[in-house]
Design a protein. Structure first.
Length: 709
């Protein structure tokens, strides 16, 4: 069938449409016959949650699968097509690493997979899929034909169904005020014009015939990316942008990591893949590791890898960025990487609004460092931006007002005027905070890298309250040697040779076994932390304990923190192993403590007396488990509010019990980084806090100002 006849046939089907489902089915049947494929399927983005692709029509697969088969946006070959947003042709599809098997839909016999994104200018909304029993040739003529078909189907389907069907998407009236509540990331109030950031991967060649040429392209991209980062760092040497500079320094360190570079080069040579494809593949592998970790801060660090990949792909010609900035622009995006943020003309940006960023994301870190209001958890932002000419962003309350009325604008201007702007004064960072009762407030640092520990020393932290040791594990292909582990830990200890350094034992889940590929349904409540260390990962536990015991002899300031303890027996299990190692080595056992983050252990605190040297309350997880609330879920993260009377009562009872047992206790987590919550914790009696090193300056200033008032 000729191209024109095919397109006219599709148009006639839609023009004579009865209902959505019937018409989609007619299109699938018509196109299967026209293309001479064995299967034609249409997957559409779910109308409400917009987080799944639903099989909406098919000719060739089981009829019962329509409406019942759904894929995550990054799941299967269909998800791969949607996520990468380009034409995807795969032979031997059932053997591909991204193939997703659905029992009972009769998908097994098909060897060739072709996926084409269905999209409008503004956004994607589905995937058109063809499958063939035989391995089909990927000709340029076939590619152009299917792209044209998909373009025609996209426009007609979007106009006729997605824009007309009240059930498929919420409509937003142009000009009408609309108030949305999300999660605050950075305080402040901004008035501006919404701008959508659209950065997409363009089609990249998968295979290559010349590894030398691809390696050269990759090496050039690496050097250009390093130059970009060095220039960004040099241009961010003032106080306001110091934190952003630290992030890019971390990126530069990652680029210089031989493991990351070697993985990409090996993929180019051994797999005969293009430089761009290899960068994306290897980066996705690292991202998968980080996003599966339990610690929210480390999970967000997947953005570091994603950002580096984004920069490399840009220099390899695989990224298209279409962002037009105007004065007082409010930047809207699904999620922002620091690289995307840094490429913006920051003088024109007055706020950030995202759909998926976490409270520990780089968007939050960068926005706070630049004193720019930011909010996340606002869904369907594409449609809302299209229907809006102006917005107000309230970073204090997590509110975004689309098309505000004059009365609303006046109200928020009054609120802005009432807020005092904080004064930056670095000298406060190195002053000891002594309260009126003569007690001292100590600020320790939570660190995830050598750079973090160096910054903590620069901000005069009273020590390291938490070293997230799993970061060093996840950056490797597997367990490292004892000597390598000790050298890594020394790099943290050198910055704090005379102050306490608390190493949290590996808090990793069974979703990160040797190949890091197996996932549990709910890893946050699964085989993680001390549970895993005492079973599958006991050799690694012994290796880590040996390293820390030996380093304690060298430095004398090492402390060991046991994570995810639900029962006192788990702590004793780790301690007995540590005691055996110390006895074998003929060395002193460092102080050992318990991370209080699971409510069940709170009823066993008496049993720690004489066995435990200190407690550390992980407020992030404790709150999450106490209220059965996933703060990483944008649908409920707005409920994440530690200023809750029952939670504060719980913290008070823990403090009083620790005081009774004469066991030192500290607060570890973001709760203490909020000045208002810090005051309440101090009122309860807490004096030791472990927070981000970048928050110490502001917190000390806050307390000094309060004392002087």
């Amino acid at each position: 069938m000729k191209k024109m006849e095919l397109l006219l046939g599709i148009s006639n089907i839609i023009l004579n449409a009865d209902d959505t489902n019937t018409t989609l089915q007619k299109i699938a049947k018509f196109m299967k016959e026209a293309i001479e494929s064995d299967v034609c399927s249409i997957y559409l983005l779910s109308g409400q949650s917009r987080d799944k692709l639903i099989l909406s029509a098919t000719d060739g697969l089981s009829e019962n699968s329509v409406g019942s088969v759904s894929l995550g946006l990054d799941e299967g070959l269909t998800g791969l097509t949607f996520t990468n947003d380009y034409y995807t042709f795969i032979r031997n599809a059932t053997k591909h690493e991204r193939f997703h098997y659905f029992p009972g839909i009769n998908e097994e016999p098909y060897n060739t997979f072709i996926g084409i994104p269905l999209r409008s200018r503004a956004h994607e909304f589905g995937v058109l899929v063809f499958q063939f029993r035989k391995n089909k040739r990927n000709t340029e003529m076939l590619k152009q034909l299917l792209r044209t078909v998909a373009s025609q189907v996209s426009g007609l389907v979007l106009r006729h169904y997605l824009m007309q069907n009240e059930d498929s998407e919420t409509k937003y009236d142009n000009g009408a005020e609309r108030i949305e509540t999300g999660v605050p990331l950075s305080s402040g109030i901004a008035f501006g014009e919404p701008v959508m950031v659209l950065a997409k991967l363009v089609e990249m060649t998968h295979h290559h015939d010349s590894p030398d040429e691809e390696l050269e392209s990759f090496n050039q991209a690496m050097e250009k990316t390093k130059t970009d980062l060095a220039e960004l760092i040099n241009n961010m040497d003032n106080a306001k942008q110091q934190i952003a500079s630290n992030i890019f320094e971390t990126h530069l360190m990652m680029l210089n990591d031989n493991t990351f570079r070697a993985d990409i080069e090996q993929h180019i040579v051994d797999k005969h893949k293009s430089a761009a494809f290899s960068v994306r593949h290897v980066a996705d592998k690292y991202i998968k590791r980080f996003r599966s970790i339990n610690d929210s801060y480390l999970r967000e660090r997947a953005q570091d890898i994603d950002d580096i990949a984004f920069r490399l792909l840009s220099h390899l010609g695989a990224v298209s960025n279409n962002t037009d900035l105007r004065e007082n622009s409010v930047i809207f995006a699904d999620r922002l990487t620091p690289g995307e943020t840094a490429t913006l003309d920051i003088e024109k940006v007055c706020s950030f609004v995202t759909e998926k960023d976490g409270v520990t994301s780089h968007t939050a870190i960068l926005a706070k460092s630049r004193k720019i209001p930011a909010v996340t958890g606002i869904d369907n932002i594409h449609q809302k931006v299209e229907a809006s000419e102006s917005v107000i962003v309230d970073g204090y309350e997590g509110v975004v007002v689309f098309n505000p009325t004059p009365e609303t604008i006046a109200k928020y201007k009054e609120k802005l005027a009432s807020k005092e702007l904080p004064i930056e004064d670095k000298e406060y960072a190195c002053r000891n905070v002594v309260l009126e009762d003569g007690s001292r407030v100590n600020f320790f640092a939570n660190v995830s890298s050598v750079l973090d520990s160096e910054k903590a020393a620069m901000f005069c932290a009273d020590g390291i309250g938490l070293v997230r040791t799993e970061i060093f594990y996840l950056s490797k292909e597997g367990p490292c040697s004892l000597e390598k582990r000790m050298e890594t830990y020394r790099s943290v200890l050198r910055a704090f040779s005379e102050k306490p350094v608390v190493f949290r034992l590996l808090d990793i889940g069974s979703d990160k076994k040797s190949a890091y590929e197996a996932f549990e349904d709910n890893p946050a409540l699964g085989n993680r932390g001390v549970r895993l260390l005492l079973t599958e990962y006991q050799p690694m536990l012994e290796n880590q304990l040996t390293a820390l015991i030996r380093l304690h002899k060298e430095y004398g300031n090492v402390k060991i923190l046991v994570p995810f303890v639900a029962d006192v027996k788990e702590y004793f299990g780790v301690k007995r192993i540590a005691e055996r190692i110390a006895e074998k080595e003929g060395l002193e056992l460092p102080e050992m403590g318990v991370m209080l983050e699971i409510p069940s252990v709170l009823f066993q605190l008496d049993e720690f007396k004489g066995e435990c040297s200190f407690f550390s309350i992980g407020t992030n997880d404790m709150f999450q488990y106490f209220f059965a609330l996933d703060r990483g879920n944008p649908k409920v993260s707005s409920l994440y509010n530690t200023d809750n009377s029952s939670f504060l009562k719980l913290l008070k009872e823990i403090f009083e019990k620790a005081k009774e047992l004469e066991i030192p206790i500290e607060i570890c987590g973001e709760m203490a980084a909020d000045p208002e919550m810090l005051n309440k914790l101090i009122d309860i009696g807490y004096r030791d806090f472990s927070v981000s090193p970048y928050a110490i300056n502001e917190l000390k200033y806050h307390l000094q100002k309060m004392i002087q008032a």
